[in-house]
Design a protein around this ligand. Structure first.
Ligand code: HEC
Ligand code: HEC
Ligand code: HEC
Length: 147
């Protein structure tokens, strides 16, 4: 009996060690990676691998360009992300845990406050036609299409 116990605890130790060692390795190898719906179109705004790693920097940079420097391009706009990455099920990038912007973030524990102001669903009007240039794309101003 003692022998069996000893064996068992040895196995338990091994399993523990293995999980400690394999845990990060498994994550890196993509095991249990969130399942992402493919974006619309041929490709993303930048190389996919680059996007995986650097989308946050792109978004922040683009926001700073827009808000502080008044540069308005669409290449890295948040609206663009939403247009191409809205889920075919929910129509949104962030209304369910499986939606594109949520899938990884839930998995990695990153919380975004972007959706307090920005729409999570594609919208026909980026900016109401009557609104002066520079009016933000705000959920409320678009008729409250919040998820
Ligand atoms: C308190 C409200 C608020 C929050 C929260 C917020 N934004 Fe914005 N954001 C704005 C406003 C206002 C603008 C200006 C929009 C314009 O002028 O077209 C803007 C513009 C942007 C733009 C440039 C326009 C576009 O569609 O690309 C980006 C990119 C952006 N925000 C990203 C983000 C990201 C990423 C987050 C979350 C980390 C975020 N914002 C959180 C209010 C907010
Ligand atoms: C024109 C449509 C389009 C736009 C705009 C777009 N994407 Fe993409 N995105 C795609 C496609 C298509 C893929 C998949 C490409 C592939 O499989 O190689 C993708 C892939 C990605 C990936 C990697 C997903 C994975 O499988 O790991 C991330 C992250 C991403 N996009 C984020 C963004 C962000 C953030 C924005 C806005 C700044 C954005 N995308 C704008 C179409 C788009
Ligand atoms: C392939 C997985 C993945 C997808 C898909 C993804 N993100 Fe991320 N995102 C991450 C990771 C991981 C981080 C944290 C990176 C870090 O801490 O350095 C992050 C961080 C961010 C940040 C910075 C948060 C902060 O507090 O600094 C923003 C903004 C962001 N993501 C926006 C988006 C938006 C918008 C989408 C959907 C268009 C999206 N992400 C889709 C993995 C992803």
């Amino acid at each position: 009996m003692a022998r069996v116990l000893h064996k068992l605890s040895a196995w338990a130790l091994l399993a523990l060690l293995a999980s400690l060692l394999m845990g990060p390795a498994a994550v890196m190898a993509g095991v249990n990676k969130p399942v992402l719906e493919r974006g619309k179109g041929e490709r993303c705004v930048e190389d996919t691998e680059f996007m995986r790693r650097n989308h946050m920097a792109l978004l922040k940079h683009h926001r700073d360009d827009t808000m502080r420097r008044g540069i308005r391009t669409t290449k890295h706009s948040l609206k663009g992300c939403v247009d191409c990455h809205a889920s075919s099920k929910t129509g949104s990038v962030a209304s369910s845990k499986e939606d594109f912007c949520m899938a990884c973030h839930v998995y990695t524990g990153v919380k975004l406050d972007c959706w307090d102001c920005h729409a999570t669903k594609p919208m026909k009007l980026y900016r109401p036609a009557a609104a002066p240039r520079g009016t933000p794309l705000m959920v409320q101003q678009q008729g409250g299409q919040q998820p």
